[in-house]
Design a protein around this ligand. Structure first.
Ligand code: GUN
Ligand code: ZN
Length: 434
């Protein structure tokens, strides 16, 4: 058994999204799990001594601990396109830039190179958990799962399913899609790492027919798996979905008819959802993953997250690379603030979010969206130690003079203008991965 203690300042949020700020605590960890948290460790030296830790980490130079970030939606295969293609909106963007890149992942060497960089860079940016769309191809998808396991990130990984015929051949038959999904599930099982889990991934209603979606829903149900897809991102997309699935009343109703809406389903975007769709999502406990960087660069729309929350819909955050321009959750939090500020400028009934709200969305909010709040999201006893050590005075960082500021002000400055350099260490289930 490996025992560690972390001593120092800590900030996280509670169930209601309220900040909890502790100037000095000791977190006791056994095999990656937080077994106890005590305040005033200076008066509790005996307890620390009696714990017989293999390592005591004392944050005594102004650093502080926060929970790791949870990126609830990103596309590992699209990282080579970061920053490319914002002259087009969603459907043209997919055809012109995205599908041609994704077809290259039959080359397993290319997949290995890209995925190594993806996992390293997202960890460096503080994403202790990532929910990935991997590849249409099983072999490439399995390579991503292996990389994640090797580098120590917590992740959901989905082999993408697409059976809608296309001229360029970038799709698969229903039979192959199901067979390859089963093979992918088996390969993740073989890795045998509890941090790396498969997720059923019908790309979106325009790339899957009802039969495939229903079969995938059956697999998810039989194996109690998570499901991810996209919904209601762009108006042209919604129109096309309604033309294909004429018998369904809405985009969300298509997924409902397929059996894809569960409490372990996460749907990216949800920018233009109708009230009836919100009711369906609420009933099923399905989460929406807000991806504001992508929504603004692809000009999909401004998602009103307050409206989703008012209907009790769980909301996580996603970088949605490469619809989004950055793999950093700090950047994504700022995009949430920009979108919310824009809504509040144009609509006086919209109360803008602040740094506390986005900090919650990026941590415990994301954990709830993915239904993993029993394991991660904050640093409460019983959870696993997925944490970031933040140092505003880190080398080459411009955020110095931190001593003048309260702990809450330091969090605020980190969220509004910090970067990777301030994330000096990253831990996933107690393992130091940065
Ligand atoms: N809808 C279907 N596929 C995609 C994708 O790769 N990115 C985004 N943003 N939306 C999608
Ligand atoms: Zn996406």
């Amino acid at each position: 058994m490996v025992r560690q203690v972390f001593i120092g300042p800590m900030i996280h949020t509670d169930e209601n999204g309220e900040l909890i700020i502790k100037e000095s605590i000791a977190i006791f960890i056994e095999d990656g799990k937080i077994i106890d948290v005590t305040e005033n460790p200076m008066t509790d030296q005996q307890k620390i001594h009696d714990f017989h830790a293999d390592k005591v980490n004392n944050l005594s130079h102004g650093e502080f601990m926060i929970p790791g970030f949870i990126d609830c939606h990103t596309h590992a295969v699209q990282f080579p396109n970061l920053g490319l293609g914002y002259d087009k909106c969603l459907l043209d963007w997919l055809e012109t830039y995205t599908f041609p890149l994704e077809k290259k992942y039959t080359d397993t060497k290319f997949a290995e190179q890209v995925f190594e960089a993806v996992v390293k860079r997202t960890i460096e940016a503080g994403s202790t958990t990532a929910c990935y769309f991997a590849s249409l191809y099983t072999e490439a998808s399995a390579i991503l799962a292996e990389k994640v396991a090797e580098l120590g990130q917590r992740a959901f990984i989905g082999k993408i399913n697409m059976n809608a015929p296309r001229n360029d051949g970038y799709y698969e038959s229903t039979e192959k899609s199901i067979k390859d999904t089963m093979a992918f599930l088996e390969s993740v099982e073989q890795i045998g790492n509890p941090l790396v889990r498969p997720i059923i991934t019908p790309r979106f209603a325009l790339s899957c027919n009802m039969e495939l979606m229903q079969e995938l829903a059956k697999i998810a149900k039989a194996k109690d798996l998570h499901i991810q897809s996209h919904v209601s991102e762009n108006e042209a997309e919604i129109k096309a979905v309604k033309e294909i699935f004429k018998e369904q009343s809405s985009y969300t109703a298509v997924y409902e008819a397929a059996g894809l809406l569960t409490s372990k389903t996460v749907l990216a975007h949800g920018v233009h959802l109708e009230d009836s769709e919100l009711a369906m999502l609420e009933k099923r406990g399905t989460a929406i993953i807000h991806c504001p960087s992508s929504n603004t660069y692809l000009r999909s729309g401004l998602c009103d997250v307050r409206r989703l929350k008012a209907k009790n819909i769980k909301v996580g955050l996603g970088t949605d690379v490469s619809g989004g321009s950055s793999y950093s959750m700090l950047d994504e939090m700022r995009s949430v603030l920009h979108v919310s500020n824009c809504l509040s400028i144009t609509r006086h009934d919209h109360v803008p979010f602040n740094y506390k709200d986005v900090f919650h969305m990026a941590t415990l909010g994301g954990a709830k969206a993915l239904s993993i709040e029993d394991k991660v999201g904050n640093l409460m006893p019983g959870k696993e130690f997925d944490a970031l050590i933040i140092d505003l005075n880190a080398k080459s960082s411009l955020l110095d003079n931190f001593k003048k500021y309260t702990l809450e002000e330091r969090l605020q400055r980190f969220i509004y203008s910090g970067d990777d350099r301030n994330i000096v260490s990253v831990y996933v289930r107690g393992r130091k991965v940065k």
